[in-house]
Design a protein around this ligand. Sequence first.
Ligand SMILES: Cc1cc2nc3c(=O)[nH]c(=O)nc-3n(C[C@H](O)[C@H](O)[C@H](O)COP(=O)(O)O)c2cc1C
Length: 397
Amino acid sequence: MTTDAIASAQRANEKSVWWRAVLGEYPTGVCLVASRGDDDEPIGMVVGSFVAVSEEPPLIGFFAGRDSRTLPELVSSGRFSASVLSDDDETFCRAFASKAPDRWDRRPFVDTPNGAPRLADAVAWFDASIESTRTYGDHTFVVGRVHDFGAGAGGAEMPLLFRRAGYGSFSAPGETYDARAFIERLRWASMAEREIESLSAELGVEVAVNTQLGDSVVTLASVAPDSTLSTFDNVGAAHPWAAPISPVFAAWAPTARRHAWEEASRHLTGSVDRALIEDQLRGVRERGYAIAGDQALTDRFLRLVRGNRTDRVAYARVWAEIAASRRRLEDDHGVHWGEVAVVQVPIFDEGGDVVLSIYAIGWQHSMSQRTSELLVERMRTAADRISTRIAASRTRG
Ligand SMILES: Cc1cc2nc3c(=O)[nH]c(=O)nc-3n(C[C@H](O)[C@H](O)[C@H](O)COP(=O)(O)O)c2cc1C
């Protein structure tokens, strides 16, 4: 090679490195596209270039490099499946991209009706027959017409992300919050301690104070009925703020914050029942407080939250059951107090923001409607007193 040729090769290489580095800033999901070759053996490759092309007719596509050995076989098979990888699939993805000999044995595959293997537990999958191929520069765009598609694993799995040659995932809601704001809320919660002690004694149930910060709900104080001391089991317990849990923090919130609450639920459970949530929030605003039902479910929820680990699948399951149990709580005739296990009352700041809530856990099924409503009134009066105290402390501060 001449010196000029070497210099030119170096420049081309640097340009390619820079091209890839800049493109690497754009994050993508990761899909496994697969089919079967002439000998019926599975063939496939990992792509970041998967794209939805059209809804009507349903078309999907991806770009395959000119050097890909999978591409000609896949095109000649006339079909392909696309399986969206989950954030648990990083090792599998690396094995697949590096053509590990056991790559087809590392995960369960099932055949699509079209006869292409797809991941049995993909986050989402598509089954397509090839509609067209067209080459642009060093890549071929393969477009497939979708015959079947679905989402796996209950939609609770998060997709694998790829950026700057590294893998990542969406973070689950409920993991971080602002420390300065947290300390301020803690100070306000301490102003509520006497109130929750007497409420707990009067109601005969556990009464706690919690707050919503960012995408978390955190318990700040808690008193059990047979003691005047805070029970610290609950204090510090945090869980994602996701619909339909802790609706008092959403009912009076600006639209953007309410949407964040709904989106957190979609993030956790894969879906969100908008109509049910709108109904729930309307009820909370009209009554001025929130209710939740099913003591056994509430207990499971609290165990999960106190367990102090972010298990998305477990959260997703409990969240979905809580949404379902809401339907039994009230109808056009009002609240079915026999079903109520938790009552949550908002504490507003002077700007009308809900900054804390008082909630009573273990609402007694034997209580009559009249008694229940009286006790809720007691909670609301206490909440108003705490609001006044917070406002006064802010004026002083
Ligand atoms: C995250 C990720 C995304 C990729 N995206 C693409 C892509 O969109 N198109 C492509 O041709 N190769 C892509 N590749 C590279 C192929 O997966 C890899 O080169 C593959 O083994 C193709 O080679 P083969 O067809 O010769 O087996 C990607 C690799 C990784 C790890």
